[in-house]
Write a protein that binds this ligand. Structure first.
Ligand code: ZN
Length: 327
């Protein structure tokens, strides 16, 4: 009796729906009518694993990792797909090659994006995805131009092993400013709309790609301080976005991160020895950074250096990039 139930259950699973999982992504194929043969379903599963992880990574914020697939005669002429849902025309799919299925599935997913383009320049590539129907075209162009202007310089000066292939995603569901993970930078559509001149967010975020420290390489204030120091040093239009390093005050500390730490780094470069930031960046990437690094690089501890800075914080000449002045 038990055996019979198991057999029935197995039969039911095989005929009605099939479940498959790989690398954290899952697909459920539902086919109550058994309208599509198993060989075709296998092709669809393969296509799913070849396309969906790419789509999900590029799609941005909180994209579903599971998808349901069903067959239909009238909902689409070929394939219709969005995050978590795929509909396949059961007549169209018959006899289609693996290649043809994948091409159509990829196209169906990219239809979710309001714009999707890839550009190449001097060995560097940028894929730009916008999910915002109101993204200002000029702003979009400025972000792209900043990437091609700044990123190759950062790679050359800090980490030649960095990827040459970067993805920008402008997402309406993402509410912070921007973040980098792997080779992808996620931008908040709302932030860009409210701060259209802040194009050097690209400089800060692409520096995070170049940094590529991985986990537990060093404190977050150091990573963010370096990224903002780089924005100060290499940014294309800090004047245009009214971005500057805040003046020193007694309440500050090097662990305040971002611009406060960045100003301290600018002071170190001018008053102690140039090249320290690049040396720290290298050590962090090699997972060789310790509190001792400051002493071996400058002869002083970080606290001693901060103390020296606090005594004489205005002994610094700050220069900001200004696109308008360049003409
Ligand atoms: Zn950052």
């Amino acid at each position: 009796m038990i055996k019979k139930i198991i057999t029935l259950a197995a039969f039911w699973l095989a005929s009605v729906s099939a479940f498959s999982q790989e690398k954290g992504y899952q697909i459920w194929i539902k086919d109550d009518q058994n309208s599509v043969d198993q060989k075709t379903k296998d092709k669809l599963v393969t296509a799913f694993y070849n396309i969906y992880p790419w789509f999900a990574a590029a799609d941005g914020y909180r994209t579903k990792r599971n998808a349901d697939l069903k067959f239909s005669k009238n909902e689409t002429a070929d394939i219709k797909a969005k995050a978590g849902e795929i509909i396949v025309n059961e007549d169209w799919i018959k006899g289609k090659s693996q290649k043809k299925i994948e091409k159509q599935l990829r196209r169906a997913f990219t239809n979710n994006w309001l714009s999707f383009s890839t550009q190449k320049k001097k060995g560097y590539e940028l894929t730009f995805i916008s999910k915002d129907p109101f993204l200002n075209p000029q702003l979009k162009q400025n972000l792209i131009d900043t990437y091609f202007e700044i990123y190759p310089t950062l790679v050359k000066n800090f980490n030649k092993q960095s990827t040459h292939n970067v993805l920008f995603v402008v997402d309406t569901a993402y509410k912070a400013v921007a973040e980098a993970s792997g080779n992808r930078i996620l931008f908040s559509a709302g932030y860009l709309k409210a701060h259209p001149t802040d194009i050097d967010v690209v400089t800060h975020e692409t520096m995070h790609i170049v940094q590529g420290y991985g986990y537990s390489a060093g404190p977050v204030w150091l990573t963010e301080g370096i990224a903002d120091y780089v924005r100060y040093q290499y940014g294309v239009d800090n004047v245009g976005s009214k971005w500057s390093l805040p003046a020193f005050n007694e309440k500050q500390n090097y662990q305040n991160s971002y611009r406060i730490t960045a100003r301290f780094f600018a002071w170190l470069e001018q008053n102690v020895k140039p090249g320290k930031v690049a040396a720290l960046d290298k050590q962090l990437r090699a997972h060789e950074y310790t509190a001792q690094s400051w002493i071996s690089l400058t002869g002083k501890s970080i606290d001693q250096l901060w103390e020296a800075y606090a005594k004489n914080p205005d002994q610094i000449e700050l220069k900001y990039s200004n696109k308008a002045a360049k003409g």
